[in-house]
Design a protein around this ligand. Sequence first.
Ligand SMILES: [Zn+2]
Length: 157
Amino acid sequence: MLIIHQLLVDIIVCRARTDHPMETCGVAAGPAGSGVPTRLIVMDNAAKSENYFQFDPHQQLKVWREMEFNGEEPIVIYHSHTNSSAHISQTDIQYAFEPNVHYLIVSTDHQHRLGPRSFRICNDRSVEEKVKVVSAYRDDAFNRLIDTGISAAVASV
Ligand SMILES: [Zn+2]
């Protein structure tokens, strides 16, 4: 199960709507080993596609180094679907590269439910998991991280 803060989901959905009809994408990082996403990093979709997303390799390297420097790791990798539901596609599975990450998908297609839906991907197989959106994490230390990270994320929407 993925437990994720409402503010992060709000920013993901907002950005997905802004980028529509192109797919949006990004990462939610959190303290290494915590499993708790606290900092949203909006990424460029280098593919500029309505059907798939691709991180820009230079940006990805920069963001991954930054996480390492901060003692963080990627907890969630998110993207949007703009003309289908928030299901996981064969392409998504094919390009998934982080076995311990929650792959979160929202849909901006008005004919489908918005989501978010979350999947774990391992060995070319995907399993859907429950998503619990919370207004506060149980541990207040994580809520403080949300507070500090949120202004930077909002600025990039
Ligand atoms: Zn997809």
